[in-house]
Design a binder for this molecule. Structure first.
Ligand code: SIN
Length: 289
């Protein structure tokens, strides 16, 4: 790790935080993720708890709620506290609720959702602000199926000031067909140009906004240059464990992550065992440089 990286970690890990009064917040790593206690998401949340959950979300980017007993309606109601839920066409989903993405893997699976580093829905003109995955079944072997989450503010800040400045002048194409490589994609998938460095709309903090799951190329560069630069940026996320936390799921765990400043990677290390969860996705706005 070079001095630039160490300084970035120190800045993020050491940022001043006010204490919490109505929830407990146990950080997963110094730079990303926290377990939140003292909250029952099946009930209507007192305003102070909701305000503290919002603050914990902005400070930690990934919130883990354990031992929740939620109906689909309660899961969706928690999501709606943060915005409108994304609805998908019924023909594109597994199940019959357009607002609920079923995440299912078993002995018949040939791939699972999210098994590369990515951010949900960045090919959309207005990508989602966050996702909430509620896991109901974990692999019967008693382990496996964790999810990694990476802090993209830190990924940007670990780069040299010269590279950060250059990236700030660029835009990239995010293509909804990329996850369908080797399969026939459904018609009408989105393809959108976004800045490579975006500002978080609530905190104003800059973040690296390209991901191997959806970003095809950088508009201002030649094909070869784009490939090398994107390769370096994708590799940074894969090669620097300091960027990430690892969430171990149990039935009844709900994780809420911020798609505006994180990437995630679902680890498929439990084949042929099964894992089942349900995700809602909260709509966001157009990313701004
Ligand atoms: C996803 O939303 O990409 C799936 C994450 C997971 O299954 O852990």
């Amino acid at each position: 790790m070079d001095q630039q990286g160490l300084n970035a970690i120190e800045r993020i890990a050491g940022a001043q935080r006010m204490p919490y009064r109505s929830i407990s917040v146990e950080r997963l790593t110094p730079v990303i993720g926290a377990e939140i206690g003292g909250v029952d998401l099946s009930r209507s949340l007192p305003p102070e708890q909701l305000a503290e959950i919002r603050r914990a979300f902005l400070e930690n980017h990934v919130l883990v709620f354990r031992d929740q007993q939620l109906s689909v309606e309660q899961h969706k109601a928690f999501g709606r506290l943060f915005g409108q839920l994304r609805a998908l066409p019924l023909e594109d989903i597994d199940g019959d609720d357009p607002e609920l993405v079923v995440i299912r893997a078993n002995a018949q699976s040939r791939f699972v959702a999210g098994e590369t580093w990515h951010t949900d829905g960045t090919a959309d003109p207005e990508p989602s602000m966050g996702s909430m995955l509620y896991v109901k079944e974990t692999p019967a072997i008693g382990t496996g199926g964790d999810t990694l989450f990476a802090n993209m503010h830190l990924a940007l800040e670990m780069l040299s000031p010269a590279m950060q400045g250059f990236l700030g002048t660029l835009t990239a194409i995010h293509d909804g067909e990329i996850p369908w490589k080797g399969y026939t994609p459904p018609p009408g998938l989105p393809k959108t140009e976004h800045p490579v460095v975006v500002r978080h709309p609530e905190t104003g903090r800059p973040s690296l906004f390209v991901n191997s799951g959806f970003t095809s190329h950088i508009v201002q560069l030649s094909a070869g240059e784009s490939q090398v630069l994107l390769g370096m940026l994708f590799d940074l996320v894969a090669r620097e464990p300091v960027l990430s936390c690892r969430v171990r799921w149990a039935p009844g765990t709900l994780v809420f992550w911020d798609n505006r400043c994180t990437q995630h990677h679902a680890v498929w290390d439990y084949f042929p065992h099964s894992r089942y969860g349900e995700r809602v996705t909260i709509l966001g706005g157009r990313p701004q440089a």
